[in-house]
Design a protein around this ligand. Structure first.
Ligand SMILES: NC(=O)c1ccc[n+]([C@@H]2O[C@H](COP(=O)([O-])OP(=O)(O)OC[C@H]3O[C@@H](n4cnc5c(N)ncnc54)[C@H](OP(=O)(O)O)[C@@H]3O)[C@@H](O)[C@H]2O)c1
Length: 293
């Protein structure tokens, strides 16, 4: 049994995927902008992920922009039948690497077509609408207008399933009045647990929760408690952070991002890492201890 299968599976839209997937954002250049510093290595990471059993890749056409999707296409097209590529729309990139909210009907429609073209697909399996009321975290505001556009694109057959990203519980409820919401992608990890209650609610509904920054993102997780647990288990701190997410709730799907084949292997191996209950208790305290006063 390959390591990745040890993570188990969960339903994402109409598909059953392994809970240990891959996030492609790290493949673009610095600041998620421009080409990768090592193009061959980026293609090799994608191919190795899929060869290792990863069947869920998270991406966006605004990574690069366009470049990450073009790498995915070059590395993996024609895609294996079981591969689910999830993308997101709602922003575009400025020349200065900025992230610019893009919610007009024209921009959202263009974004879906850009993803289709650059990924080489006729239909996108799952598209997340990325709320931009807050750049770094969810903020309230109606998503009705942009989600209605995405639902129209779904009715036209360009999109199979819809998810939401960087959203509040109220926005998810609003979204469900417009279309089916198959997944939620928000910031969540060992040290950042604002979504604890939301994850449990979504688990009860059978909705996938896909934490972004599972390893801490641009500032990878660092904690003495995490390092101690990792040492005791003969694992790396990042592997423990991923194993903790896998045991946290059955609807959590992982998309750790890496540009390194070595890190990819370590992340996949985390699927086989069992955390004893006493260690989970220690790890559970990290968020409490790192919460702002
Ligand atoms: N919806 C949203 O708003 C949103 C926002 C951000 C990200 N995302 C998605 O979520 C995915 C995951 O987020 P992310 O890539 O930003 O953050 P992440 O997975 O939390 O962490 C990535 C960072 O950790 C490093 N890393 C990965 N594996 C490691 C390992 N085994 N040991 C040590 N370091 C390791 C990576 O560097 P190396 O390349 O050197 O390994 C990179 O610096 C993205 O790829 C993207 O698809 C979505």
């Amino acid at each position: 049994m390959s390591h990745v299968n040890k993570a188990g599976t969960f339903t994402l839209g109409a598909r059953r995927v392994t809970r240990l997937g891959y996030g492609a954002m790290q493949l673009a250049g610095a600041g998620v902008f421009g080409p990768p510093k090592d193009r061959k290595a980026a293609l090799a990471v994608l191919r190795e992920a899929v060869a290792s059993g990863v069947d869920h890749i998270d991406t966006s056409d605004f990574y690069g922009p366009h470049i990450t999707n073009q790498l995915i296409r070059e590395a993996l097209h024609p895609y294996p039948k079981n591969l689910v590529i999830v993308t997101k729309i709602g922003a575009r990139r400025g020349e200065d690497k900025s992230w610019i909210p893009s919610f007009s009907r024209e921009e959202l429609t263009q974004a879906v077509h850009d993803n289709l073209r650059n990924l080489g697909l006729d239909v996108l399996e799952v598209v997340n609408l990325r709320s931009m009321f807050g750049i770094h975290g969810p903020a309230e505001g109606s998503i009705e207008a942009p989600l209605t556009v995405l639902a129209d694109l779904q009715r036209q057959g360009l999109v199979r399933h819809i998810g939401l990203s960087n959203v509040t519980a109220a926005q998810i409820a609003e979204g469900r009045r417009i279309c089916e919401v198959v997944c939620v992608q928000n910031l969540y990890n060992l040290a950042h647990r604002s979504d604890d209650a939301l994850i449990d609610d979504l688990a009860r509904d059978g909705t996938a929760y896909v934490p972004f920054f599972p390893l801490g993102g641009f500032t990878p997780l660092q904690s003495a408690a995490l390092s101690d647990v990792a040492k005791e288990l003969g694992a790396t701190p990042m592997q423990v952070a991923l194993a903790w997410l896998l045991q946290r709730a059955p609807n959590i799907l992982l998309i750790p991002g890496t540009s390194s084949a070595e890190h990819l292997r370590q992340n996949i191996a985390a699927a086989g890492l069992e955390l004893p209950g006493d260690m989970v208790t220690v790890l559970d305290q990290i968020a409490t201890n790192s919460a702002p006063a």
